[in-house]
Write a protein that binds this ligand. Structure first.
Ligand code: SF4
Length: 876
């Protein structure tokens, strides 16, 4: 069911794990409008830059609208028959462990439930794992070791209740912006202190009371230092630990034995942190990918949990450890058994009683008794031929897995690969034998769970385009064709949800905490109207916090503190690979950009992949600003633009994760990352690769703009959408004899009128193509990085821009510079000028003058940084 034009429908943002509520309306012209839902408890009407731009990302130009077999259009029947046949044949010939599903935190809970039921209940293998393995598997493992269950103790309300918030390995301002804004509001209201623990200076650390730029991977040593101080200062909660926690003495002994100097932090900073943490009972420690994506990620999580358990600061208002997930339904996947080592509803695959109960509930004959292959193991098994049929659903592992080149090669060589996605234009879909067109966010209906256990409805507001179908339906159709029609005879996603809720009641009989059995009998109407609610939802308990009452889920009901000791990242710095490579997200992009790259304003924030490098390292390597840099590791290479900054320490580098073969083939950063994993969680170490860096010296550099998309063919290119079409940075190693011919081929403009400006001796060429007086495309070539007024030029295609060859604005039109505020398209130079010319002294005054930062607020920390920089320059 979809909504009428103009009628607002409540739904949920499909990006990060914050889980903001949105109000969506069809605009009557095929599009939608989106605003924050003022009644959703998570965001209370706010949206970040990505959420605000959702309406710009629902176009159909990159969608796949019909099934494809071997690249040719096919009917649903033929595609589903083929998938079912190949999976059945593979199971019959090689056993159930010869097939696998690789699913995604983008799936709705209902999709996840059906995929998990099919693989674990009926195919008879546990080879279903999710890309959430790359996101928060270490938290799952750490929670289970400490609490006996994978449960986030607190709620977002704790962010307002706390007196101190500690962010570990989390650039919250960019990656979970609405939570950051809630913290900033609490800070303004009642002075909440903020500590940021991150090797990198970020938009989040900019606003902190204390930034601990510890050495990469040394979080365990830091939290062991804190635990040792908690003990030394008599700050343990003796009653709480005696009654409710095992392993206290062993964990404290291990903490005293660990060496805090491994953090690289000064004794003064360590003391300041311990003083603040120990002296503030209402403390929330938020942790994210910087903790999880590590070969010691599980130990890092437990080092944090140890401190909260030792002090009894858990599950009470304003106190507790708090994992924030990356994806919109990473939590739903954890609850529904989307990980290879779990059954549904927090039941354990290796527990025979749990297996028997789930088997009986599903009437499923084939439940496996052992965990399946976790993501990295799964793709190794694809590579060595153990897995012969693979179904990848809403994920892009050919880009995002560590050792991505090897993973892409494995997928390409797999005898049978199916991809379900909304687009065929991904590195992974291009390798598939069968592509199944799935419905996208605004067309899908189901539920998601955010980082504080809030279950929210996602509702369809647009009809499914072409032949696209919901994922749960596609999976159920394949299951029926494999012979299990009755078990997968779901009439709707409401039907799926009702079964899932009933199964949680079975889990509750084993004392598991994930219990939504109060929703088991939910009607279609009740499901349609379901308001956001936090689990559990049972006869005994509705929402709220966990563990404040000292009740945990290990046998005996106690928590466990774990003795942990710091382990350095697996890859060692060496003469051959002297840099430590950190990876992460940008403010305005999401994962591999299949949706956010459709928005020109999101693409304007950072239009090109880059590497952050300390000025001393750049000087030592003889690198200049805007050079291209080749990064190399044992696994692969990448070429990215140099950004010289003191935000990273000497010897450290940072590269964003978002670019793919679709928009910058040389900048797939996971091609550099080794497939080293945490031994317990199986989560890859994505933030501590070792690489070398050197200048990439092309023969020529270029910049191109066009009203239509174009795909360059040169050593380096990075393409982004603009308000008037597309832009691309280029660099090549070939000698080009005829630049006009080259440009005509690039833009596919064989006959357009051309204006050109050539200085062959200096290797400079400028060409602009017109339809009458309207600029279609332009190309600027030079032997050095091309100096142009880019942020002005990108607006020219489609206009009568007779002066395009000049590469800059006419007269005294100022250069706006790269976009800082995506909502109002305000550039960095514009902000700088306003600060200087108008004497602006605060972010609020910048907002009053330019509107920048006054809508979603995601750019406020960058505005503050520009203000600081401009103020300090003025004082010099
Ligand atoms: Fe979406 Fe932004 Fe909210 Fe995350 S913080 S759910 S990306 S609006």
């Amino acid at each position: 069911m979809t909504s009428e034009t103009g009628v607002e429908t409540r739904s949920t943002c499909p990006y990060c794990g914050v889980g903001c509520g949105v109000l969506i309306a069809r605009d009557g012209a095929g599009g939608i409008t989106v605003r924050g839902d003022p009644d959703h408890p998570t965001n209370k009407g706010r949206l970040c830059s990505k959420g605000s731009a959702l309406g710009e990302t629902v176009g159909l130009e990159t969608r796949i609208l019909q099934p494809q077999i071997d690249g040719a259009p096919a009917t649903w029947d033929s595609a589903l028959d083929l998938v079912a046949q190949r999976f059945s044949d593979t199971v019959a010939q090689h056993g159930p462990d010869a097939v696998a599903f690789y699913v995604s935190g983008q799936l709705l809970t209902e999709d996840y439930y059906v995929a998990n039921k099919l693989m674990k209940g009926f195919i008879g293998s546990a080879n279903i794992d999710t890309n959430s393995r790359l996101c928060m598997a270490s938290t799952v493992a750490g929670h289970k070791r400490a609490f006996g269950t994978d449960t986030v103790p607190g709620t977002y309300d704790d962010l307002e209740e706390a007196d101190l918030i500690v962010l570990v390995g989390s650039n919250l301002a960019w990656c979970h912006p609405i939570l950051y804004q809630r913290i900033m509001a609490a800070r303004a209201d009642h002075g909440t202190k903020l500590v940021v623990i991150d090797p990198r200076k970020t938009a989040t650390s900019d606003g902190a009371d204390l930034h601990l730029a510890l050495r990469a991977g040394s979080d365990v040593a830091l939290f062991n230092a804190l635990l040792a101080q908690i003990d030394a200062r008599g700050a343990c909660d003796a009653q709480f630990t005696a009654d409710h926690v095992d392993g206290v003495a062993q964990a404290i002994t291990a903490a005293h034995l660990d060496d805090p100097t491994q953090t690289g932090l000064s004794p003064e900073d360590l003391t300041a942190f311990c003083d603040l943490w120990i002296g503030t009972p209402k403390v929330v420690t938020i942790f994210s990918q910087g903790v999880n994506q590590s070969s010691s990620g599980t130990d890092k999580v437990n080092a944090i949990l140890n401190c909260h358990l030792a002090t009894g600061r858990i599950g009470t208002p304003g106190a507790g450890p708090f994992s924030v997930t990356g994806q919109p339904n990473a939590m739903g996947g954890r609850e529904v058994g989307g990980l290879a080592n779990m059954l549904a509803c927090h039941l354990d695959i290796e527990n025979p009683d749990h297996r028997a109960a789930v088997g009986a509930f599903w009437d499923a004959p084939n439940l496996p008794s052992n965990p399946g292959l976790k993501a990295v193991e799964m793709f190794r098994a694809v590579a060595d031929g153990r897995i012969k049929a693979l179904w990848i659903i809403h994920s892009n592992p050919a880009v995002t897995m560590p050792d991505a080149n090897a993973v892409a090669a494995a997928i390409a060589a797999c005898p049978f690969t199916v991809v379900s996605d909304i687009t065929a234009q991904t590195d992974t879909a291009r390798l598939a034998d069968v592509i199944l067109p799935a419905t996208a966010w605004s067309e899908k209906s189901g539920t998601v769970t955010n980082s504080d256990r809030m279950m929210s409805r996602q509702r369809a507001v647009q009809p499914a385009p072409g032949q696209a179908r919901p994922d749960w339906h596609i999976l159920a159709e394949v299951a029926a064709r494999m012979g299990w029609a009755e078990a997968f005879d779901f009439a709707s996603e409401a039907d799926v949800f009702a079964e899932y809720a009933a199964l949680s009641g079975v889990a509750a009989q084993f004392g598991r905490d994930f219990d939504i059995s109060a929703l088991a009998g939910i009607s279609a109407q009740g499901y349609a109207e379901l308001a956001p609610l936090r689990w559990p939802q049972s006869a005994q308990k509705q929402g709220g916090r966990f563990f404040g009452d000292g009740v945990f889920y290990h046998p005996g009901g106690k928590a466990k503190m774990l003795p942990v000791t710091m382990r350095a990242p697996a890859a060692q710095i060496s003469a051959a690979y002297p840099f430590r490579l950190n990876t992460g997200r940008l403010r305005d992009q999401w994962h591999t950009m299949t949706r956010t790259a459709l928005s020109s304003r999101l693409s304007a924030h950072m239009a090109e992949p880059f590497v952050d490098m300390h000025p001393d390292d750049a000087a030592r390597l003889g690198l200049e600003p805007a050079d291209l840099v080749q990064l190399s590791s044992l696994q692969g290479q990448a070429i990215v633009r140099l950004h010289i900054t003191k935000d990273v320490a000497k010897g450290d580098l940072f590269v964003p994760i978002h670019w793919t073969g679709e928009n910058a083939p040389s900048a797939r950063v996971d091609a550099l990352v080794a497939d080293v994993v945490d031994p317990i969680s199986g989560q890859p170490e994505s933030k501590a690769a070792v690489v070398s860096a050197e200048r990439f010296l092309p023969r020529w550099y270029g910049f191109a703009i066009s009203s239509r998309s174009f795909t360059p063919d040169c050593a380096y290119w990075a393409r982004a959408r603009t308000t008037s079409g597309f832009r691309a940075e280029l660099a090549g190693t070939d000698t080009i004899a005829d630049w006009e011919a080259q440009a005509r081929t690039l833009f596919d403009l064989p006959d357009a009128r051309v204006q050109s400006l050539t200085d062959a001796k200096r290797g400079r060429h400028r060409l602009a193509f017109y339809d009458n007086e309207v600029l279609l495309a332009a190309l600027y070539i030079a032997p050095q990085p091309v100096t142009l007024m880019r942020d002005f030029l990108v607006g020219l295609p489609g206009t009568e821009a007779a002066w395009a060859l000049a590469g800059q604005a006419r007269g005294d039109t100022p250069d706006p510079g790269p976009v800082v505020c995506s909502c109002f398209a305000v550039g960095r130079n514009t902000v700088r000028r306003a600060i200087t010319q108008e004497g602006l002294t605060s972010v609020d005054r910048i907002g009053a003058s330019l509107s920048a930062g006054t809508n979603c607020g995601s750019c406020k920390s960058e505005l503050a940084a520009i203000l600081r920089e401009a103020t300090s320059l003025a004082q010099q």
